[in-house]
Every structure is written in structure tokens, then in C-alpha cells.
Design a protein around this ligand. Structure first.
Ligand SMILES: [Zn+2]
Length: 192
């Protein structure tokens, strides 16, 4: 290895994943705030598809936010000038994110992705499986089962749809532990 290669910036990929309402965006914003406090140029990005709370800012289900930008497609990440690129709702991109992240990592960019690791059909969510394999660090956050309050890694739909992406929030999805994965909503058990 040459000296130049020794001193080249090294990209790093962190993937923050888990079910809905588990605090993934909060964890992402904490990472980005910490990087900014170290003087690093930080970009906060999300897909244009996610305009539930704000068209471009990163927002959490409990109302916290951080100024950001919205992108249409993964390739839009390649024109961002930043040392650290944080992307929320990374699972929304059907294709192209794995390749775009690879380009950023080769440039020495630190990439932090947050998103659902699996669909409500219990399958890897688009390219998240490949991105988890690529990651230097995986932060998997558990949710809370809506039936029993135990740790939950599953999110189920409370409505009947086979559409791969439905942008929604509380009342449309619920987290479930393995025991209650197939239990009907409002089964009479205490939600806590
Ligand atoms: Zn449960």
C-alpha cells in the first residue's frame, strides 16, 4: 500500500434499523449532531416520498426535527458535498441506494442510514439486506409490542394492502413481538 493510500479518507457505513416507532430517526439525528459538533460537514437527507411531517427536514414521530434536504433518487446523494451523509427512511428506495452508497464510501464519506430492515411481509426491505451486509456498524433498535409490551422486531399493517410501500404512521402500523406476530389487533390484551 502506498503512503497516499494510507492517508486517503476511509468511508464508513452505519445502518440504524429496526421496526417502526423504535427511535431510528432520533438515533440518526444524534449521530449527525455529534458529527457536526466535531466540525464535520453533515448532510441530513430523506426521500421526497416521506413528506409526512415536513417536506425536507428530518422529523421524528414525537416531533423532533433537524434541517435537511429531500432527494428523488439515490444518485442525488452523489452531488452532496459533505463529510457525513445521513439518510433517513433508506428503505423507501427500491434500487440504486446500494450502488450510490458504494460510491460515497469509495470517496471516504461517512454514511449513516436509518430505515426499516424488513417489510410487514417479513422480507428484507428493498436493498436494506445488502446494505446491512455492507455496513461497518449495525445499530438494531427494538420496538415495543403493541399487545404485550415486550421487545418487538416486527411491524405489521393494520390495513389490507399488498402495496410494497405505504407511507404511514401510528394507527396504520403496529409493532409486534414474535409471540404476537399474527395476533389480531385489539385482541383485548392490555397495550402496555
Ligand atoms: Zn407481544
Amino acid at each position: 500500500m502506498t503512503d497516499a493510500a494510507d492517508h486517503a479518507p476511509v468511508g464508513r457505513l452505519t445502518v440504524i434499523c429496526g421496526p417502526m416507532f423504535a427511535g431510528k430517526t432520533t438515533a440518526l439525528m444524534a449521530r449527525l449532531s455529534e458529527a457536526a459538533s466535531r466540525g464535520r460537514r453533515v448532510a441530513c437527507v430523506k426521500p421526497t416520498l416521506d413528506d409526512r411531517y415536513h417536506p425536507s427536514d428530518l422529523t421524528t414521530h414525537d416531533g423532533k426535527s433537524m434541517p435537511g434536504m429531500a432527494i428523488e433518487a439515490p444518485d442525488d446523494l452523489l452531488s452532496i458535498e459533505a463529510d457525513v451523509v445521513g439518510l433517513d427512511e433508506a428503505h423507501f428506495f427500491v434500487t440504486g441506494l446500494h450502488d450510490a452508497v458504494g460510491v460515497l464510501l469509495a470517496r471516504g464519506v461517512e454514511v449513516v442510514l436509518a430505515g426499516l430492515d424488513r417489510t410487514s411481509m417479513n422480507e428484507p426491505f428493498h436493498e436494506m439486506g445488502a446494505l446491512l451486509i455492507e455496513a461497518d456498524e449495525v445499530v438494531k433498535i427494538a420496538g415495543v409490542c403493541a399487545i404485550c409490551g415486550r421487545e418487538a422486531v416486527h411491524t405489521i399493517r393494520l390495513f389490507d394492502s399488498k402495496a410494497p410501500i405505504v407511507v404511514g404512521g401510528p394507527g396504520m402500523f403496529e409493532n409486534r413481538c414474535r409471540v404476537h406476530l399474527h395476533a389480531a389487533p385489539d385482541s383485548g390484551a392490555s397495550p402496555e
